[in-house]
Design a protein around this ligand. Structure first.
Ligand code: EPU
Length: 337
């Protein structure tokens, strides 16, 4: 365990915000984590994973606990499935590439999502028709107060759209230390129903895709649409896609007959926030170093030296405009600190 003082967090958050941590504690195994949680001088912690779903709007006075556990290993196997335990500090996309190399199927649609494995269950990451919950077996976590280890099963996690128990009743109470995934090892169940994947495969003349083909297709789509955080700071989708009632949707449809949407249930419709934001004229707009990405209006970007407060102000302006124009509230998906 190492404790550093006044550390810039610029390299530790994908938005590239230069906030400072008064204390920065990096832990690489359970023993170190427990020791850190028992340090007498501290009573609360800011838990940092891959820093891919947060907007830092201030310096942090409370100690930052950087979860840097590494390791990937198979833990169970049957004729069709393999269970792999991945430590929380592993980079998500590197884990996906490792699966492709080993011929483990299930996470190929989730290629190139920024962040770490340990934070992936918190918001049930998802893309191109697949969510983490589809491959999740269980995860282990340390109770911050008692330092006891607890296992969360799929059921315990109460996964929903960009949601889980870790955003609700378990919020701030646990640190996830590893995640076990149940992946296919012989017959893969590909999910290529998402229009963009189909088009990408077709344009490459692939009729019988492998998991690598699907992963490559997702990588190509994402690289075209979404900015690489290494080049332009961002946190992926800044907002969640709002779910509105069928009655509200019918009113929207009267004015905008081409509105893209997904039917959630008989009474609920999900509308892409990116479309709403684009209709409000924000797509590609830049305000100082803060901006709205030119290819995907759902993504706010830091061109260089924007502060968290500037990005937050832009997000509020967008929310207000969308509310005025469409009477729809869009909520932030990233955690604003
Ligand atoms: N759209 C626009 N303008 C835009 C962006 C989107 O009109 O600027 C329209 C598109 O034309 C399309 C619809 O909105 O008809 C949906 O767009 P897209 O397929 O890009 O998906 P999304 O709903 O905007 C969600 C996830 C993404 C994920 C994609 C693909 C959320 C909040 N976001 O975006 O996740 O990659 O689907 O599955 O659910 C992330 O969470 O960081 C993320 C990137």
């Amino acid at each position: 365990m190492t404790i550093q003082h006044n550390v810039s967090l610029k390299e530790f958050n994908t938005f590239g915000i230069d906030a400072k941590a008064k204390y920065f504690i990096s832990v690489s195994n359970k023993q170190e984590l427990i020791e850190a949680l028992q340090l007498p001088q501290f009573s609360e912690y800011f838990v940092l994973g891959g820093g891919s779903n947060m907007l830092l709007t201030r310096d942090l006075e409370i100690p930052v606990l950087h979860i840097n556990f590494k390791g990937k290993e198979p833990v169970f196997a049957s004729s069709d499935f393999v269970g792999v335990e991945i430590q929380a500090g592993e980079n998500w996309h590197e884990f996906v590439l490792w699966c492709i190399e080993k011929n483990y199927g299930g996470v190929e649609n989730l290629s190139l999502i920024p962040g770490n494995v340990g934070t992936s269950p918190i918001q049930n990451i998802g893309a191109y028709g697949v969510e983490l919950k589809d491959v999740f077996s269980h995860c282990t976590a340390i109770d911050i107060e008692t330092q006891e280890e607890k296992t969360f099963t799929l059921e315990d996690c109460k996964f929903g759209y960009r949601n889980s128990i870790f955003k609700n009743e378990a919020k701030g109470k646990y640190i996830i230390t590893s995640v076990v995934f149940k992946l296919t090892s012989s017959v893969h169940k590909l999910n290529t129903s998402y229009g963009a994947i189909q088009q990408e495969l077709e344009s490459n003349n692939i009729t019988n895709p492998t998991i690598k083909d699907v992963s490559d297709a997702v990588i190509a789509i994402r690289q075209r649409k979404l900015p690489d955080p290494k080049e332009i700071g961002n946190s992926g989708s800044f907002f969640k896609n709002p779910i509105i009632s069928k009655a509200e949707f019918d009113i929207l449809l009267q004015k905008h007959e081409k509105v893209p949407h997904y039917v959630v249930s008989d009474t609920e419709i999900k509308v892409p926030a990116g479309w709403l934001i684009e209709q409000c004229g924000f797509k590609g707009k830049r305000f100082g170093d803060a901006g709205v990405h030119k290819n995907q209006a759902l993504v706010l970007v830091n061109y260089d030296n924007a502060t968290g407060a500037e990005i937050l102000a832009l997000s509020k302006k967008i929310q207000k405009t969308v509310l005025e124009k469409f009477h729809i509230t869009i909520e932030a998906e990233v955690n604003v600190i």
